[in-house]
Design a protein around this ligand. Structure first.
Ligand code: GSH
Length: 228
């Protein structure tokens, strides 16, 4: 098998790429980065010393591909399937990349900041940074709620890379800042994403690890909140 994915089933950016792989039933070898598997961790760091996952290894082309958006573009280019993640029209592709950036930078990143702060050692928290992240997340959710009025997917009728980006970002954001009561369009979009078979499979595979997610563990044990 040519493709190997280094990832963790709880990792939100890994979810983004897994959705793309499952959309097209693209065959790949999974390599789960367990913290206690030092040998695998070392092999992974040799591929990508930055150490952030997911990373795709393509034996056929002898390439290591880090960064979730770049991995999905790579899959679309070299292993295309029924779901095309990058629109063919250049203007639509640019708009789609703008949407992908929006989800990564203004929903995913502040969500990660809020979660990561709960994992810091006592006395090392960043209350100001978390407050800024909450403000950014609230602003972005408001924009998304207006944007999604009357729309099915981020780009309209076609499911694209932007939706791969949106799914884990909104799913985890809904755990740290529930928005079903305040942002009906964004919440309905998250529900559609959760019912998409590719993301439903990602969540089912993540479920055994949910007890490691701090907010969920604190709030309700091993099971994450089922609604936004
Ligand atoms: N820009 C990267 C972000 C990847 C990222 O933040 N990955 C997280 C997991 S969701 C990670 O590797 N965390 C472990 C670490 O930072 O050491 C992408 O799009 O793939």
């Amino acid at each position: 098998m040519s493709l190997t994915l280094y990832f963790h089933p709880l990792s939100s950016f890994s979810h983004k790429v897994l959705i793309a792989l499952y959309e097209n039933a693209t065959p790949f070898e999974p390599r789960i980065l367990h913290p206690d598997d030092a040998a695998l961790g070392a092999r992974f760091k040799a591929l990508w010393p930055i150490g952030k996952f997911p990373v795709l290894r393509d034996e056929a082309r002898q390439r290591n591909i880090p960064e979730s958006s770049i991995i999905i573009e790579y899959l679309d280019q070299h292993y295309p399937g029924a779901t095309r993640f990058v629109p063919e029209d250049a203007e639509h592709a640019r708009q789609m990349r703008g949407s992908d950036r929006f989800f990564d930078l203004y929903i995913h990143a502040p969500m990660q900041k809020i979660v990561a702060d709960t994992l810091r050692p006592a006395g090392k928290n960043d209350a100001h940074g978390v407050e800024e992240a909450r403000t950014m997340l609230a602003t972005a959710l408001g924009m998304l709620d207006r944007e999604m009025a009357g729309k099915t997917w981020a780009m309209g009728d076609a499911f694209t890379m932007a939706d791969c980006a949106a799914a884990p970002a909104l799913f985890y954001a809904s755990q740290v800042m529930p928005f079903a009561a305040t942002h009906a369009n964004a919440a309905a979009y998250l529900q559609r994403l959760r019912h998409r078979p590719s993301f439903a499979r990602v969540l089912a595979e993540a479920r055994p690890y949910f007890n490691l997610f701090p907010q969920a563990a604190a709030a309700e044990g091993a099971e994450l909140k089922r609604s936004a």
